[in-house]
Design a protein around this ligand. Structure first.
Ligand code: HEC
Length: 286
C-alpha cells in the first residue's frame, strides 16, 4: 500500500498540471476529447506504434523487454485456447427451444464485437457483448449467466476472437442518450474515489508506463480491447468487470456491481477512446 499511497500524492498534483480532457462545464465533445486523448498518448509513448496499444503494458515501447518477451511466449501457446473453444461450443449449442445465440445478433454474432458497446437509444442503456449474451438467454427462456467468469467469459471471448484484428468501431456519441452515457463513463474514469482517493486516470493516464510493484501500468488508450482476458492470477478468463472490480478494490474503493450502469458507461467511454485499435482479445495477463 505504501507505493500506492505515494503515487496517489503525485497523482493529485499531476491532475492539476495536465488538464488533458476537461471535465467541467461546456458541451460534451467526444470527438475533440478523442483527438486530445490520442495525442497525449502518442506523445507520451513516441516509440509505440498505434496498433500496439491494443497490447496494454506489453506494447512495444511501454513494458520492459523482459515482460514483453514473457508475454510473447505465453501468446504463442496461449492457455486460453481451451476456454475459447469451449465458448465456441456453447455459442453453437442450441437452447431447449432449438434457437442459438446466433439468432440474437447481427451477422449471427460473428465478427461484430468491434461494434460494442453501443447505446440502445430506446432504453438509454449501454449494451455490451455480455449484456447482449444474457439478454439472449433470457429471451429464450434461460437463466442469465454469472457476469465475471466461466461460461459467459468464454462465450464473450469466443465472440471477440471472431473479430480479431478488426478495428474498434464505437459510433461517435451524438444522441442525448449516447452523450449521457459517455459523460457518465468519463466522469467515473476521472473521479477520485475510495480510501486512497484515486481515479482510474490517476494511474492509467498520468502514471501509465510507470512501474507499480512488478507491473507496468497500461495506458488508457487500449485499456479495454484485450478483454475478456486470461490472467495467470485467475487461472481462467475473466470479463472486463472482473478487472474493473480488481482495480477498485486495490485502491480501496467500493466496486460497482458487475454490468451496472456505471461499469457499462465506463466501458463505453473507454472503448470509444480506443476506436481504431485492432481487437486483440483474449490476451494473456499475469
Ligand atoms: C493504483 C493504480 C491504479 C488505479 C487507480 C487503477 N488501476 Fe487499473 N491497473 C493497475 C495496474 C498496476 C494494472 C496491471 C497492469 C496493467 O495496467 O495492465 C491495472 C490493470 C487494469 C486493466 C487491465 C489492462 C490490461 O491490458 O490487462 C484495466 C482494464 C484497468 N486496470 C482498468 C482500471 C479502471 C477502469 C480503473 C478505475 C476504476 C483503474 N484501473 C484504476 C493500476 C491501477
Amino acid at each position: 500500500m505504501k507505493t500506492i499511497r505515494s503515487i496517489s500524492a503525485v497523482v493529485a498534483t499531476s491532475l492539476m498540471l495536465i488538464p488533458m480532457v476537461s471535465l467541467a462545464g461546456s458541451q460534451p465533445n467526444p470527438e475533440q476529447d478523442l483527438k486530445a486523448f490520442r495525442q497525449y498518448f502518442e506523445q507520451r509513448f513516441p516509440n509505440t506504434p498505434f496498433k500496439d496499444f491494443s497490447n496494454g503494458s506489453f506494447a512495444k515501447g511501454i513494458g520492459s523487454p523482459g515482460a514483453i518477451s514473457q508475454w510473447q511466449s505465453m501468446e504463442e501457446f496461449p492457455p486460453y485456447d481451451f476456454a475459447v473453444a469451449k465458448g465456441k461450443k456453447l455459442f453453437n449449442t442450441p437452447f431447449p427451444n432449438g434457437k442459438t445465440y446466433a439468432s440474437c445478433f447481427p451477422h449471427g454474432g460473428i465478427g461484430i464485437a468491434q461494434n460494442y458497446p453501443y447505446v440502445n437509444n430506446k432504453t438509454g442503456q449501454v449494451v455490451t457483448i455480455e449484456t447482449a449474451i444474457n439478454a439472449c438467454r433470457e429471451k429464450n427462456g434461460l437463466k442469465p449467466l454469472p457476469w465475471l467468469k466461466g461460461d459467459l467469459a468464454d462465450i464473450s471471448a469466443y465472440m471477440f476472437s471472431t473479430s480479431d484484428g478488426k478495428a474498434v468501431n464505437v459510433k461517435t456519441p451524438s444522441t442525448p442518450a449516447e452523450l449521457k452515457a459517455y459523460e457518465t463513463g468519463k466522469k467515473i474514469f476521472y473521479t477520485r474515489r475510495g480510501k486512497l482517493d484515486m481515479s482510474c486516470a490517476g494511474c492509467h493516464t498520468y502514471h501509465s508506463g510507470q512501474r507499480l510493484r512488478a507491473q507496468t501500468i497500461s495506458p488508457t488508450l487500449g485499456l479495454v480491447v484485450s478483454f475478456p482476458a486470461y490472467r495467470a492470477k485467475w487461472g481462467a478468463l475473466g470479463t472486463i468487470d472482473r478487472r474493473f472490480i480488481g482495480c477498485n478494490k486495490n485502491t480501496q474503493a467500493k466496486p460497482f456491481k458487475p454490468q451496472s450502469t456505471e461499469y457499462r458507461d465506463l466501458q463505453y467511454f473507454l472503448t470509444y477512446m480506443s476506436n481504431g485499435l485492432p481487437i486483440n482479445a483474449p490476451q494473456w495477463r499475469p
